[in-house]
Ligand binder design. Structure first.
Ligand SMILES: [Fe+2]
Ligand SMILES: [Fe+2]
Length: 288
């Protein structure tokens, strides 16, 4: 089977857990695929991407409730929001595989690795939700992460710049802050969530590193200066800025340079719509 064609098929799956498990199976079966960087899998007209379950309801991010993690209900809402980010992270990784032509085999294999790990993250959180008597879909969610995928569908440099190394990188900053709050709560469910977030944070460093690697590779191919071009893309696509404090250690581990971190620190405080603890806030007009 051809990897990119299969990635599109899995992207179309609407059952979230099935999609998460299929993404993980794709990685374990990686040696069975051939990769054609020049095939362009056909989209069936009228089929919306990505496949999405009927629940959760999708709302504007301003209409998605947040609760204090001091209560179990608040922790469930928080972890549900992260489950939805992981669901869309599976989608973004599969989308990178099928959509972008003419790249080295390593590009497609890197994003296969990301898709599988996002699938693992989704399952870990969904199991946690089920242990609390809930399920993915129980609360409304917003499409901030996928909205940026749609905006950058025709520009792979912008996709690499603004999805993994901007939105996913915001997760590196936000996760330790969430973990500190959960640790402070100290209940068994909260500590179990901290452990899940440990796994996620470690693997997200790798995802951001993959974004950094391919962003720089594309810039080198096209004669673009990475820092200046990143600033231009951020403005053009109205991408959110990081919310301090930055997780400098994780960002350095993911391959950000001192110069890039300095540039990020120099940026003004984000405007209120971006100033959110969950890392995928986008202007409300970009969300369905
Ligand atoms: Fe993830
Ligand atoms: Fe990720």
């Amino acid at each position: 089977m051809e990897l990119r064609t299969h990635a599109l098929e899995v992207l179309r799956l609407s059952h979230a857990r099935n999609k998460a498990q299929a993404a993980q199976q794709m990685l374990t079966q990686a040696h069975h695929y051939h990769i054609d960087p020049h095939t362009r899998p056909n989209l069936v007209a009228g089929v919306a991407l990505p496949g999405h379950p009927q629940r959760p309801q999708l709302r504007r991010h301003t209409e998605v409730a947040r609760r204090s993690p001091a209560t179990l209900h608040g922790r469930v809402v928080l972890m549900h929001a992260i489950a939805h980010i992981e669901f869309n992270a599976i989608n973004l990784a599969l989308d990178a595989i099928w959509r972008f032509d003419g790249l080295p085999t390593a590009f497609y294999l890197d994003w296969l690795q990301v898709a599988a790990e996002e699938g693992k993250h989704f399952v870990l959180i969904e199991d946690w939700l089920q242990a609390q008597g809930h399920a993915y879909g129980d609360f409304p969610a917003h499409q901030g992460l996928w909205a940026m995928c749609e905006k950058t569908a025709d520009d792979i440099v912008a996709r690499m710049a603004l999805v993994p190394r901007t939105l996913e990188a915001r997760g590196l900053d936000a996760t330790p802050q969430i973990q500190r709050k959960l640790h402070h709560v100290g209940t068994p469910d909260a500590l179990a969530a901290v452990a899940i977030l440990d796994t996620i944070l470690t693997e997200e460093i790798g995802h951001v590193a993959i974004g950094n690697h391919w962003y720089r590779w594309l810039c080198a191919q096209r004669g673009l200066e990475p820092v200046a071009h990143y600033a231009a893309l951020t403005a053009r696509y109205q991408a959110p800025r990081p919310k301090p404090p930055l997780n400098t250690d994780a960002r350095m581990a993911a391959g950000f340079t001192e110069e890039e971190l300095q540039w990020l620190h120099m940026e003004p405080e984000p405007a209120p719509p971006f100033n959110r603890p969950i890392w995928v806030g986008l202007p409300s007009e970009t969300t369905p």
